[in-house]
Design a protein around this ligand. Structure first.
Ligand code: ADP
Length: 265
């Protein structure tokens, strides 16, 4: 059935365990460094008679930072979930790397009623139950330090501010060392300082070589972070271009009345 969520991911956003998405329309392409990390071919999603993602071809290249922009309901979250491999779809999803390590941070991070530290430990345990406890401990510590939450390790995660919760969600994803990080509006409803902190973390992950796909309503954020910007409209890709080219093309099209009002800063 199209649109059915196939697999509950713990915490709503735990990284996909390698190979766990084998129920998906998925195959592993020959692994080379040049191969895209993920290739969608004719990937489409419908809910009953309602089509929300037109069958589309979409490659995520290694090292790219891709911003998905577009109005509410344009299909950004759907595309992210298809890329993550948690949404059944038409067409195929091919991985360029066997057992790609990937993690997704959903718009409202689901945090367990546990301490910050234990939220991290459980996420790491779910991602790799065979990993030695000492390694999980070390990675949880590194992740907390990376997002600057060491002092709050014992605090109940649900008692954190919105910005701190988002940083914890990022720590939880980053702790598993994802090669591909998917984020749905990672700074929605954050104040400017918290937003800047999250952007700085994402820029750092990208600088370390993590491939990132994120959705945003903030074109300024797309300009600051992305190497490539994709504008979705009605479940279709309307414009997909390197960041600089995207803004030049979109501005020209807006002058011609072809780009939606309010879609550019
Ligand atoms: P965006 O992230 O750009 O706001 P979404 O991908 O969340 O867009 O949604 C695309 C369209 O799919 C919307 O019209 C939304 O209402 C619809 N949609 C999303 N999830 C479901 C669902 N489970 N059942 C029916 N329609 C859905």
């Amino acid at each position: 059935m199209n649109g059915k969520r196939l697999r509950a991911v713990a915490g709503g956003e735990a990284p996909a365990a390698p190979g766990a998405a084998d129920a998906m329309n998925e195959a592993v392409a020959t692994a080379t460094n040049a191969a895209p990390l993920v290739q969608l071919r004719g990937a489409g999603v419908s809910y009953g008679a309602v089509r929300v993602l037109a069958p589309l071809d979409f490659d995520v290249g290694r090292g790219e930072v891709i911003a998905l922009v577009g109005a509410n309901g344009s299909g950004k979250t759907t595309l992210l979930r298809v890329l993550h491999g948690v949404l059944e779809h038409e067409g195929t999803r091919l991985l360029g790397v066997p057992a790609l390590r990937q993690a997704m941070v959903f718009q409202r991070p689901f945090l367990l009623y546990l301490s910050v530290w234990n939220n991290l430990r459980i996420a790491l345990w779910l991602a790799d139950r065979k990993a030695p406890a000492a390694q999980r401990h070390a990675r949880a510590g590194e992740a907390l330090a990376r997002v600057g939450l060491e002092a709050l390790a014992a605090r109940p995660a649900r008692a954190l501010s919105g910005g701190e919760q988002q940083r914890l969600a990022l720590a939880r994803a980053w702790a598993t060392r994802p090669e591909l990080l998917l984020l749905d509006e990672p700074t929605a409803s954050l104040d400017p300082d918290a937003k800047a902190a999250v952007e700085k973390l994402l820029a750092g992950f990208a600088a370390d070589g993590t491939t990132i796909v994120f959705s945003t309503h903030d074109l300024g954020q797309a300009r600051r972070l992305a190497t490539r910007i994709v504008h979705l409209e009605g479940g279709r890709i309307d414009l997909d271009a390197p960041a600089a080219e995207f803004f030049a093309t979109a501005a020209a099209r807006r002058r011609d009345g072809l780009f939606p009002d309010g879609a550019l800063p």
